[in-house]
Design a protein around this ligand. Structure first.
Ligand code: NAD
Ligand code: MN
Length: 493
């Protein structure tokens, strides 16, 4: 019998009101059921929003440094359980243990960073234009925040949203992805242990079309923070737009690594391998395009294929494994669909291009690391996010052409350039249309103390992480104090 897990609403662990459940499966062994979770609906969301509303008064009035102490405690517990959480994460969504350890570490980093922010949350104090008058700005919470997350960073992304939301004095209704409900539960259990007051954090498990939609449409949710696909992000933006509800969206990418002729090729190969196939390519910042200068394209391609074919695919708890499974069978089919589209469009399948079913692999969602060659910039496989272990090689006629190809998609999350030419590196930093630029390192590898997000269809103008995340989870209040004892008129006296 699979273990049963629950929603956390108003400080109680409860089943869905309907009694419905769904299962979380191990994508490396689909017969391994990780647990049964509530398949919630609008009634559960309603109860969670109610609880979050009720808890808001007490929480927003707690001094921010005290809220910070609670988050610091969450960091300490996460740190103590890092290994066991990472193991559970590998079992629940597939990426190898060294990557899931990194995922938990990112949550730890975020906890400490947000905790420290409890003693800053800085506003501005500026001179007033009138005598005997004081002028400043302070941050206030937004209110009840609906947090909707994907499955590829089961601990890091929920932490990225929850901890900043809490430090700013908001309360939270959190809906995790249906593929990683266990890790979401673990995060919330840790918050429960820190003694966060009942109702401040509420967890509602279930599907996007029921729970996610109910959060977005609930009249008493003040802010929706979403990370996921563009398709869903657009639906959320429309709904929030009609209601004039605050919303921050972090969506997909079609990230490129540019390799110029003077690059350190060994380094560029390492970077490409990690950027394209880390997390089985299921990262919003995954390197799905390799833009290589023509004079080195042949050598790069030959050496890259050698390395790709040597990658070991398997269960992520096996230390010899480089690449785990895709998260579920639907993703497997989606990836195969894109590879087929690429081949129909005239791309050349250089390696991979099929599910792996030999032996033990047949029980999971494994796909061979895939490289498409002779890809043209307008092909769908060069334009659309695939979100799997598939990368496309495009050839560029020089630096300018490489930049033009890199910038020629509707996404703008992460870009990288490998060159030893400092002039070109700085020109690329200026000219790449991308929220994040890396020089001589791959398109993946963000740190929590700087803004994270992208331009064009990747986002709607917000940035998570860094201090910029505070702008999502707080409203500015501007305060004037006139101590002159008389009526003073700005711009007139
Ligand atoms: P998804 O858009 O399918 O789902 C994301 C979340 O939204 C899930 O919790 C889902 O249940 C929920 N959802 C689905 N339909 C909804 C609706 N109608 N209303 C409200 N919520 C709804 O994405 P996914 O498959 O879980 O994740 C993969 C996508 O996430 C990729 O496109 C990837 O690029 C993106 N992503 C982006 C970032 C980033 O920071 N830019 C990070 C990780 C993943
Ligand atoms: Mn799962």
């Amino acid at each position: 019998m699979a273990e049963r897990y629950f929603n956390w609403i108003g400080g109680q662990w409860v089943a869905a009101r309907s009694g419905e459940i769904f299962q979380s499966l191990n994508p490396a062994r689909l017969d391994d059921v990780i647990g049964e979770f509530p398949a919630s609906d609008g009634a559960d969301v309603g109860a969670a929003v109610e609880a979050a509303r009720e808890a808001l008064e007490g929480w927003r009035k707690m001094p921010a440094p005290k809220r910070g102490e609670i988050l610091f405690k969450a960091g300490e517990i996460l740190k103590a359980r890092k290994e066991s959480l990472a193991r559970e994460m590998t079992r629940e969504m597939g990426k190898p243990l060294r990557e899931t350890l990194g995922d938990v570490q990112e949550a730890i980093d975020t906890a400490y960073y947000a905790a420290g922010e409890g003693r800053r949350l800085a506003g501005e104090t500026v001179p007033a234009e009138l005598p005997n008058k004081f002028a400043m700005s302070v941050r206030c919470p937004v209110g009840v925040c609906g947090l909707i997350t994907p499955w590829n960073f089961p601990m890091a992304i929920p932490a990225w949203k929850t901890f900043p939301a809490l430090i700013c004095g908001n309360t939270v209704v959190f809906k995790p992805a249906k593929d990683t409900p266990l890790l979401a539960t673990r995060l919330v259990q840790i918050l429960e242990e820190t003694g966060v007051p009942a109702g401040v954090v509420n967890l509602v498990h279930g599907f996007g079309e029921s729970v996610g939609k109910a959060i977005v449409e609930h009249p008493r949710v003040d802010l929706v923070s979403f990370t996921g696909s563009c398709e869903v992000g657009r639906v959320i933006a429309e709904s929030c737009g009609r209601r004039l509800r605050k919303h921050s969206l972090e969506m997909g990418g079609k990230n490129a690594q540019i390799i110029l002729h003077d690059a350190n090729l060994d380094l560029a190969l390492e970077g490409a391998l990690w950027g394209a196939f880390g997390t089985t390519g299921q990262r919003c910042t995954a390197t799905s395009r390799l833009i290589v200068e023509r004079s080195i394209a042949e050598e790069f391609t030959r050496r890259f294929l050698e390395r790709v074919q040597a990658l070991r695919v398997g269960y992520g708890l096996d230390p010899k494994v480089d690449i785990g499974p895709l998260v579920n069978l639907a993703q497997l089919q989606r990836v195969q669909g894109y590879v087929d589209i690429g081949v129909r469009e005239g791309a050349k399948l250089l390696c991979g291009g099929r599910p792996l079913t030999e032996g033990e692999l047949g029980h999971g969602c494994f796909y061979a690391p895939t490289v498409l060659g002779e890809v043209q910039p307008r092909m769908r496989v060069a334009q659309e996010e695939i979100f799997g272990p598939v990368t496309a090689i495009l050839t560029a006629d020089g630096f300018e052409d490489a930049l033009e190809i890199a910038n020629g998609t509707n996404y703008g999350l992460s870009c990288s350039i490998y060159t030893r030419d400092v002039n070109r590196a700085f020109a690329a930093i200026r000219d790449l249309a991308s929220g994040i630029v890396y020089v001589n390192s791959p398109t993946i590898g963000a740190e929590v103390q700087l803004p994270f997000g992208g331009i064009k269809n990747t986002g709607n103008g917000h940035r998570e992480a860094g201090t910029t995340v505070l702008d999502i989870f707080s409203e500015w209040k501007t305060v004037y104090v006139d101590y002159s004892g008389r009526l003073q008129k700005a711009q007139m006296d």
